[in-house]
Ligand binder design. Structure first.
Ligand code: SAM
Length: 319
């Protein structure tokens, strides 16, 4: 097994494991610490990248070898595996799938924040929800109208709670509606954090205006907990976007932001077509600010507002 060996001063903290202490000058007390990180071999890269793809759809090309090394090194150390090949075999033979989940938690990028990019939430507030409410109210019914929103790949829940806050502030009479906000993610640890609805100071300072923090969260020591009226609107569940959506029901709005960037082109095609299948007629799709479904599927019409593109399902009869 090839190992990288280098001085601590040359490489950033966290990348290198502390290996051994080397006395530079015999007899002197001056010493320097040598850091070692297991380097992944090309064969191991192929095996592990294929395995990660199979369990999550996350596609890693050869340029991402460093990502596997830096993100999985902690697991290697924790389970005492000598190589990435051993990690792979142990994960494959673990019938509890706990090691598989550890790998998914470590390899997925869970960067998120409240009201990320702001425009999607402004568009939902000023355009999508008013349109949707008008459409729902024009269909007479004895029952409250359903409003169903899916935050697909919601990470630790900030996106889902941001939508709940928008709904709470916009709908003057929420009892007229049966609101269901679903947040899903492949990462068990992310979903556990989302379900708990508790965030540290740094997390609430990222994107959440002070008035909303005071109104919708309760301080609990060093943490802030989402209030019951907001959390009651949200449900969270672990779900892999590579799997079937049939157990999730149908939705009026889907946010699928900053996740398809990790998928291969053919998986993006499958994903956005599956999203089209579970949207209600006239349903809306919002993707990340650097993402687009143009050229991936023709099932959506691009619309623009506040300099942002969002998508609306094309009525099959209109096609
Ligand atoms: C960068 S975060 C985006 C979070 C949020 N949508 C946002 O834009 O702020 C990407 C999320 O996608 C999740 N993810 C990656 N692959 C997934 C898959 N196959 N199915 C569901 N979630 C996945 C990761 O666990 C991570 O939480």
């Amino acid at each position: 097994m090839a190992n990288r060996v280098c001085s601590a001063d040359v490489f950033p903290n966290g990348v290198w494991e502390q290996g051994l202490t080397l006395l530079i000058t015999p007899g002197s007390t001056h010493h320097s610490t040598i850091y070692i990180m297991k380097k992944i071999t090309p064969n191991e890269f192929t095996t592990i990248a294929r395995y990660i793809y199979d369990i999550s759809g996350i596609y890693l090309d050869q340029t991402k070898a460093y990502l596997i090394e830096t993100r999985l090194k902690g697991i290697l150390k924790e389970i005492g595996a000598d190589s990435y090949q051993e990690l792979y075999h142990r994960a494959k033979s673990d019938i509890t799938r706990a090691l598989e989940m550890k790998i998914i938690n470590a390899i997925s990028t869970q960067e998120t924040m409240f009201f990320r990019d702001n425009s999607p939430f402004e568009i939902i507030r000023t355009m999508i929800l008013p349109e949707l409410v008008e459409r729902k109210m024009s269909q007479p019914s004895l029952f409250p109208a359903n409003i169903r929103i899916w935050s697909a790949a919601c990470s630790t829940g900030q996106e889902t709670y941001s939508i709940a806050i928008v709904l709470k502030e916009l709908l003057s009479n929420p009892s007229k509606f049966n609101i269901r906000l679903l947040g899903t993610d492949i990462s068990e640890s992310a979903i556990a954090c989302a379900s708990c609805g508790e965030y540290n100071q740094l997390a609430v300072e990222r994107g959440l205006p002070k008035d909303k923090l005071d109104k919708y969260f309760t301080q609990n020591g060093l943490k802030w907990k989402v209030k019951d009226d907001i959390s009651a609107m949200c449900a969270f569940k672990r779900h892999n976007l590579m799997d079937s959506f049939s157990s999730l029901g149908r939705f009026d709005i889907v946010l699928c932001r900053n996740v398809a960037i990790y998928f291969a082109q053919e998986d993006k095609v499958r994903l956005f077509n599956k999203l089209a299948d579970i949207l209600e007629p006239g349903g809306y799709l919002i993707v990340g600010s650097s993402e687009s479904v143009t050229g991936i599927t023709s099932r959506f019409e691009a619309r623009m507002n506040l300099k942002m593109i969002f998508y609306q399902l094309i009525n099959q009869n209109k096609k």
